[in-house]
Design a protein around this ligand. Structure first.
Ligand code: ZN
Length: 238
């Protein structure tokens, strides 16, 4: 039997898990070293009581994930020196760092991301400047992509959802019960077609909350090539 995917919201976090039904009496939860969560349940169990058990154990699940997270390979630490390559909307740009006395700022110009700052050796402030620059650019891009993706007829009943940008560790997007779409700031590094995939995935969740077959039918209807976009996103921003 193929496992079902489900998720629960816990505060600002979302816990995704796969549900395996088997000939057993009780619900058991495992957190794997790759941070995935496996829930085993009796074959005939209704979903709601299973979700209640997961919710009850949410604190423990998050604690396990935090523990395993320290052993995961990390993406190389960025140093923000001239020549280092950074992505913006799917394209690589090299950094040029300039020492200036006036206001620190970031500019995209001539195929380079220029960082103007007082102390080019100060990694933390360069990091903050670039993150803020990404955030400033992400806001209008994400709003525009949302408006574009929302234009499909299956979404005609949705009133225009609000977008919020978050720095998230392991998710590209999520949405709230109140109909808000949360997008990972790092998504601004991805090509537009990948941003559209995440936005469309979340818009589909506003109609079908869980990863049920109905959800994937809807997603395929709106975006038949969603799987290749997802693969591209994971490959490029790994
Ligand atoms: Zn989802």
């Amino acid at each position: 039997m193929t496992p079902e995917s489900h998720s629960i919201d816990w505060g600002s976090k979302t816990i995704e898990f796969s549900l395996h039904r088997a000939d057993r009496k009780r619900v058991a939860i495992e957190v794997n070293p790759d941070l995935s969560v496996l829930v085993r349940a009796p074959a005939s169990a209704d979903l709601q009581p299973v979700l209640a058990v997961v919710r009850k154990k949410a604190k423990w699940i998050l604690k396990q994930q935090r523990y395993f997270e320290q052993f995961l390979p990390r993406s190389p630490e960025r140093t923000y020196v001239s020549g280092e390559s950074h992505l913006y909307m799917g394209r690589h740009y090299r950094l040029k760092v300039h020492a200036v006395d006036d206001e620190p700022r970031v500019r995209l110009h001539g195929g380079y991301i220029h960082i103007y700052c007082a102390d080019p050796a100060d990694r933390a402030s360069k990091h903050e400047l670039v993150e803020n620059w990404y955030r400033d650019h992400a806001a209008p891009v994400f709003s525009q992509r949302l408006a574009q993706c929302l234009d499909h007829r299956v979404f005609r009943k949705l009133s225009s959802p609000q977008v919020q940008i978050r720095k998230m560790k392991r998710r590209w997007g999520s949405c709230t019960r109140a109909g808000r779409v949360l997008l990972n700031l790092d998504l601004i590094r991805a090509p537009r077609r990948c941003i559209d995939y995440v936005v469309t995935h979340e818009l589909c969740h506003l109609l079908v909350p869980e990863h049920t077959p109905e959800f994937f039918r809807l997603l395929r209807k709106v975006m038949p090539d969603w799987e290749s976009r997802k693969t591209e996103l994971e490959a490029r921003l790994a």
